[in-house]
Design a protein around this ligand. Structure first.
Ligand code: TMP
Length: 252
């Protein structure tokens, strides 16, 4: 088989040309980064866990009519996805104060928020993904009014779904980040959930103990990231058959 064409390589994933027009193959790496890649490590098996967990969440969303880029998982580290134009905004939904919200506003971590708060961050590593206002988004044409309405609607539905899934296994969904892409069908475009949904992009706390089961374990040096992600996968019933560690295979 001919070597596949690499379309894009990010910090945690690689995108390859897909088998059909309009598709891509998304490969999950073991690389972990934090603080705009100032802190980095390779956590053996993380990519496998995130591939399976993102499959579970995206499949669940597709099943309740929330459109996502996910088509199907191909193997331990790869999934087939729809190609989209990623909107250059990270959409964060918060249910409980934590992380940058706590820091910026001086609200103690763990304080429940009166209602979910949605924030937009401009995707630009050189700028450190700054928080931006809706007026800035409109003025700089990163998204239209209609896009913003659609993005908020998607974010709220993802929050409702994910909160419920997590609650059922004793985990509190503190906050999460999604990315959204434009899918074109002829002259029509629609916005769909893209990228990944995994413990890399969520804050997940055990309801009873408050134990962190997400990337804060890595960001704050709280123990084994693989153990934390494996616990999430185990509770959700998606432990990959051949457990971690799995060495990345040479692509051919
Ligand atoms: P924050 O509190 O650091 O702003 O993070 C909010 C949520 O967004 C949290 O669940 C982690 C996630 N996140 C990412 O997925 N990527 C990032 O680059 C950052 C900064 C946060």
């Amino acid at each position: 088989m001919a070597r596949r064409t690499k379309i894009y390589e990010g910090k945690a994933k690689v995108l390859y040309e897909g088998p059909e027009p309009g598709t891509l193959v998304q490969y999950f790496k073991d690389d972990a980064t934090a603080f705009n890649a100032e802190k980095r490590d390779v956590i053996e098996g993380k990519g496998v866990l995130n591939n399976f967990l993102s499959e579970l969440f995206m499949n669940g969303l597709n099943g309740i009519g929330v459109p996502t880029h996910f088509i199907r998982r191909l193997n331990m580290r790869e999934q087939l996805i729809r190609a989209v134009d990623i909107i250059p905004l990270e959409v964060v939904v918060r249910n409980v104060a934590a992380g940058s919200l706590s820091k910026r506003l001086g609200i103690e971590e763990g304080t429940p928020l009166p209602r979910p708060i949605i924030e937009f961050y401009y995707k630009d590593d050189a700028l450190g993904d700054p928080l931006v206002t809706e007026d800035q988004i409109l003025a700089f044409n990163w998204a239209s009014h209609q896009d913003l309405d659609d993005m908020v609607a998607l974010a709220v539905r993802v929050n409702d779904f994910l909160s419920g899934v997590m609650l059922a296994v004793g985990i509190k969904l503190v906050d999460f980040k999604i990315e959204i892409g434009r899918q074109f069908e002829g002259d029509m475009q629609r916005l769909i959930v893209a990228d990944e949904i995994s413990p890399d992009s969520c804050r997940l706390w055990d309801i009873k103990t408050g134990q962190k089961l997400d990337k804060d374990v890595f960001r704050r040096d709280l123990g084994s990231l693989t153990d934390a992600y494996s616990e999430v996968a185990r509770r959700l019933g998606v432990m990959p058959k051949s457990p971690v560690p799995i060495k990345p295979k040479l692509m051919n």
